[in-house]
Design a protein around this ligand. Structure first.
Ligand code: GTP
Ligand code: MG
Length: 194
């Protein structure tokens, strides 16, 4: 699949304010700073369509991007950012969960996990939670460029073993995994039938 057009459409702070775009939707989830916004920018060949930053935990909004007028990608705030107050974290967690469970056009999520580190408890919690609600998840190991090919493959294999799924090895820097991610979107949104 080729991405020909990509534009930011709007932000919403909870499910109720999410517009109906009448297009299938894919969401990015993962810990703060794992590379969700960079992943979107890589898929659409743009440096700054989705805002990236070294200061995690800034946005608390669901950001909607329209790709090819064919589907929507949502960039979600990361979980597990400790410097935000517990009350604030819980409030956001509730909005995020509501979006993930009840958002009708949402077909699957990419869960991003940093290839350099062990899977964290909150990644596992999120995964179990998504599986409980029958939300399909595609696992992506990010920042593979920091590792040798061999190390990256080992890390992806160990993530895959823990989660019992295939893993897309990805790098926003050298674009490893970009085609695989786009093919996955095409497969799950446009060729999938049950
Ligand atoms: P939040 O929105 O805060 O949850 O973070 P995020 O998951 O959207 O991460 P973001 O894309 O903003 O990336 C965080 C930092 O990691 C930025 O400085 C990126 O440039 C860097 N980064 C993201 N992906 C990669 C990658 O594949 N390789 C390298 N080397 N750096 C990356
Ligand atoms: Mg981001």
């Amino acid at each position: 699949m080729k991405i020909l057009t990509a534009e930011f459409v709007t932000s919403a702070d909870c499910l109720k304010t999410c517009p109906d775009f009448k297009l299938p939707e894919v969401a990015m989830i993962g810990r703060s700073n794992v590379g969700k916004s960079s992943f979107i920018n890589t898929l659409v060949n743009r440096k700054n369509l989705a805002r990236t930053s070294n200061t995690p935990g800034k946005t608390r909004l669901i950001n909607f991007y329209n790709l090819n007028n064919q589907f929507m990608i949502t960039d979600l705030p990361g979980y597990g950012y400790a410097k935000i107050s517990k009350a604030e974290q819980n409030k956001w967690k509730k909005s995020l969960e509501e979006y993930l469970i009840e958002r009708e056009p949402l077909k699957f999520v990419f869960q991003l996990i940093d290839a350099r580190h062990e899977i964290q408890a909150n990644d596992l919690q999120m995964r179990e939670w998504l599986e409980y609600y029958n939300m399909p998840v595609i696992t992506v190991a990010t920042k593979c460029d920091y590792l040798s090919r061999n190390q990256a493959a080992k890390s992806a294999a160990s993530i895959g073993k823990i989660l019992h799924t295939p893993v897309i090895m990805f790098s926003a820097k050298d674009k490893t995994g970009k085609e695989e991610a786009l093919n996955t979107i095409e497969e799950l949104l446009f060729k999938h039938s049950d």
